[in-house]
Design a protein around this ligand. Structure first.
Ligand code: NAD
Ligand code: G6P
Ligand code: MN
Length: 441
């Protein structure tokens, strides 16, 4: 089996240690000879890298480990880039969430005006990573889960149409793990799912076991009562606020009881409720800074101080094994069926062929082969077309540096009540994002 070299871009991410532990767990099926961390914040990455270096020297000393902020060193001689950068870091996520709330609009990492602001920050740096990879390792593939994935995917479609970049999201997988728990199955991989939508904006419409038995009725019945709340807790999405989101799926599902919804639809169907339940002084960014970020960085510091990772509380992100499944599909042509964010290109014949949709694909060494979904009902069609237009207008605004296009994008978001609110919000977002956005006119 060929051994691989991997660059983790956004090496200072809170998810890097969990992903490295997950890669170590899968070395028998996906062997690795080199892991490189790349970030543009040396100090932040140094803490994570210092800990990962010790951890690797104890658990897999045969793997070469590199930590660098030099693009040439980071992107040379590699097979895969796993990219999870957060442009502007948690300080800017906090702004994405708090600025809309000041205008009575929901503040969310990837949905609504917050997601649009984050998209305007992410496009340039993600394209930069793609360009580094193509310059220094032209045969490599980028598995990108930097958010907001929907807008980033539209940007790579439009601006890097021939690049080997695959955009992915863990939310459907996280929900499918809860579904497997609801059904009493050992693994989500015992289910064959049909799903369509946009990133953070989709529906399951058929779920079967390997024998073809229909599992949807049992799931519908459970979700109608409890949402996705079940006895087994998601490890990654464990905080109380996530539990609320899983519970809220009950109300989201009522709007279209035939299907099962992605949890993110709550932000589009119940924005008023979300605003009413938000604390404008303490949002999810604050929860994560006080929770996951503190935990990961203090564990890493302890490893560095004590010189050993034995007994560390840093835990494997088993949930993230879908990233290895994707890398294996490309490396070994496994033809695994996976949900990816790809160009529609007729898979859903009654919406824009140039929309980036999240649908099942067969993945092999030449990339994803999207499966046909067929025509979708008016409710989903209407919602998706509106949201696709929002995402396309954001990329248009970034490319042409257009204030008008971005005002239209924010106005068109279902989460924003009027063009007046959209404009006031936009002006505040411009001010807060000066260091990151192109100058709009
Ligand atoms: P984080 O802030 O802890 O880590 C992100 C890292 O990216 C930081 O170390 C930062 O310095 C670095 N970075 C920022 N701009 C960069 C640039 N231009 N070049 C190189 N490095 C840069 O964030 P996190 O919470 O660990 O999340 C990381 C990303 O993964 C976010 O975009 C998050 O939304 C995303 N994510 C996506 C999914 C998904 O389903 N697609 C799931 C989980 C996390
Ligand atoms: C899910 C989504 C990601 C998102 C994350 C936020 O995993 O798929 O796209 O970044 O949730 O989680 P957090 O714990 O940072 O709020
Ligand atoms: Mn996601």
């Amino acid at each position: 089996m060929k051994k691989h070299a991997i660059t983790i871009a956004g090496g200072g991410s809170t998810f890097t240690p969990g992903i490295i532990l997950m890669l170590l767990e899968h070395l028998d099926t996906f062997p690795i000879h080199t892991i490189k961390l790349y970030d543009n914040d040396k100090e932040r990455q140094d803490t994570v890298a210092g800990a990962c270096e010790i951890l690797l020297s104890e658990r897999a000393p045969e793997i070469t480990f590199v930590s660098t902020i030099d693009p040439k060193e980071a992107f040379s001689d590699i097979d895969f880039v796993m990219a999870h950068i957060r442009v502007g870091k948690y300080k800017m996520r906090e702004q994405d969430e708090k600025i809309p709330l000041r205008h009575g609009v929901l503040g969310q990492e990837t949905c609504g005006p917050g997601g649009i602001a984050y998209g305007m920050r992410s496009i340039g740096p993600v394209l930069e990573l793609v360009d580094y990879m193509e310059t220094y390792s032209p045969d490599a593939w980028m598995l990108n889960y930097s958010n907001p994935a929907a807008i980033v995917a539209e940007a790579t479609r439009r601006l890097r149409p021939h690049s080997k970049v695959l955009n992915i999201c863990d939310m459907p997988i996280g929900i499918e793990e809860l579904m497997a728990s609801i059904l009493g199955l050992k693994s989500r991989k015992e289910m064959i799912v049909k799903y369509y939508g946009l990133n953070h904006f989709g529906w399951w419409y058929d779920i079967r076991d390997k024998e073809g038995n229909d599992l949807l009725p049992r799931l519908r019945e459970h979700v109608a009562k409890y949402g996705y709340v079940t006895k087994d807790k998601s490890k990654q999405h464990a905080d109380a606020s996530w539990n609320d989101t899983f519970a809220k799926a009950r109300d989201v599902q009522r709007i279209d009881p035939e299907t099962l919804p992605n949890t993110y639809l709550k932000y589009y169907f119940f924005p008023d409720e979300v605003v009413a339940h938000s604390n404008p002084a303490y949002t999810r960014a604050n929860e994560v800074m006080d929770g996951r970020e503190k935990f990961v960085f203090s564990e890493c510091q302890t490893i560095i101080d004590t010189g050993t990772a034995r007994g560390t509380a840093l835990h494997i992100d088993e949930h993230a094994s879908y990233i290895v499944d994707l890398a294996k599909a490309i490396a070994y042509n496994t033809q695994e069926r996976m949900l990816l964010i790809v160009e529609n290109n007729g898979a859903i014949p009654n919406i824009d062929p140039e929309a980036m949709v999240e649908i099942p694909c067969l993945v092999g060494s030449t990339g994803p082969e999207p499966l046909t979904v067929g025509p979708i009902p008016p409710f989903q069609k209407g919602l998706m077309e509106q949201q696709v237009a929002v995402e396309k207008l954001v990329v248009e605004a970034w490319v042409t540096k257009s204030y008008q296009a971005l005002w239209q994008a924010i106005t068109l978001s279902r989460t924003v009540p009027s063009a007046t609110v959209a404009k006031a919000l936009l002006d505040d977002l411009i001010e807060a994002n000066k260091a990151f956005w192109p100058e709009l006119s």
